[in-house]
Design a protein around this ligand. Structure first.
Ligand code: PMV
Length: 367
């Protein structure tokens, strides 16, 4: 197991005076996100091989409440109960305990507490929607809020977000971008001042208003468990013959995309969006061993979307995460026409007719 070397935020001083420690709770709602330039391939401790940028979503989110009280025993381990949709969940509990244990150099006070987490997703459980971005960002926000409750060290909003993004990244790379309203950019790039491999930054100022209300309808092509996890997928990039050209391509595309976001060039945005989705899946198909996460209905939907765009001259573009489900991205002004098309042609191809009507969101919310 890799130990987290989080020199940036290691702080042995964050220990609570036990006399002052009272029972309390923190709670955050944090959204998922959809990457336009994809993060695929990492090194070191969750550091990206290329910069990525995503829309923060609105309707697909995780609510996490973390209640705590002083620990009664002298044991130094992480004391945690974990409930997912109000049911105890041992598999999730184990994962979170492991994660919290690794980040105790950042939050040493975690060893002084008994904690109970209640977490739930707004989207149907096992809808095939990746929930690591929303769940890990919600947890990171709770941890930073706790630190601020105890020490008052994160009352500056920028400092709070930066640390939350950093901690979220350690949980799941893409989660670090969910901290921000609109768009989140992660990875050092000369294009954006203040950008970093260690945390994401918000990216809204240079974005044309057409993108502020962009729609994302998530079409559930298949709810099945993925055959290869993201973690394994990132690792396979190390032996992929196309890895280095891919990382260069992502940098070049970011340059073009940022210009399109600024001017409101939806066509260029759409071309890059679809190409990035297919590149991500091409990288999976050219890994060793190769694997395919799209399903027959993903391909059927892609063809229908491209045909509809051509025939009706409507700017609607697809994206894909590391899974079979399509994200349809389009301007709000096209909503009526696109939704009619989705209902008649795409919903029949969705598992149980399921889809999520989402859009660009305002970022996390303290509950
Ligand atoms: O955050 P992870 O490690 O689950 O990686 C997910 C990466 C993609 O969703 C496929 C792309 C991205 O940038 O979000």
């Amino acid at each position: 197991m890799i130990e987290f070397l989080s020199l940036m935020y290691d702080n042995p001083k964050l220990i609570i005076e036990t006399a002052a420690l009272k029972e309390n709770a923190v709670a955050w709602r944090s959204p998922s996100n959809i990457a336009i330039i994809k993060y695929w391939g990492k090194h070191g401790v969750q550091l990206p091989r290329n910069p990525s940028i995503s829309f923060t979503l609105d309707q697909a989110y995780t609510d996490t409440k973390l209640a705590y009280r002083p620990k009664r025993g002298a044991d130094e381990g992480i004391a945690l109960d974990f409930f997912f949709h109000d049911e105890p969940n041992e598999a999730f509990r184990k994962k979170i305990v492991q994660f919290l244990d690794k980040i105790t150099p950042i939050f040493p006070f975690l060893r002084q507490l008994e904690m109970t987490i209640h977490s739930s997703n707004s989207f149907p459980h096992s809808a095939g929607i990746a929930s690591s971005a929303s769940s890990m960002s919600a947890l990171a926000l709770c941890l930073c809020a706790m630190e601020d409750q105890f020490f008052g060290t994160l009352n500056n909003i920028e400092a709070f977000r930066k640390k939350a993004s950093y901690v979220a990244r350690l949980g799941s790379g893409s989660a670090c971008r969910s901290i921000y309203e609109g768009l989140g950019l992660w990875g050092k790039t000369i294009e954006v001042e203040g950008s970093s491999d260690e945390f994401a930054v918000g990216y809204t100022a240079e974005v044309h208003e057409i993108f502020h209300t962009f729609q994302d309808t998530i079409l559930i092509a298949s709810k099945g468990e993925k055959s290869v996890s993201s973690r394994a997928g990132h690792a396979l990039m190390e032996g992929n013959a196309y890895a280095n050209p891919r990382y260069d391509q992502a940098r070049r595309r970011l340059h073009t995309l940022l210009a399109a976001l600024k001017t409101g060039d939806v066509e260029t945005f759409g071309r890059i969006t679809e190409n990035e989705a297919l590149t991500l899946h091409a990288l999976m198909m050219t890994s060793n061993p190769p694997y395919i996460l799209m399903r027959p209905n993903s391909l059927k939907m892609i063809e229908l979307v491209q045909q509809f765009r051509k025939d009706q001259n409507v700017p609607v573009y697809f994206s894909l995460d590391a899974g079979p489900n399509l994200h349809l991205l389009y301007p709000e002004t096209e909503k009526e026409q696109v939704m009619a098309f989705i209902q008649s042609e795409l919903v029949p191809l969705c598992e149980n007719g399921e889809y999520i009507a989402d859009q660009v969101g305002k970022g996390p919310l303290e509950l």
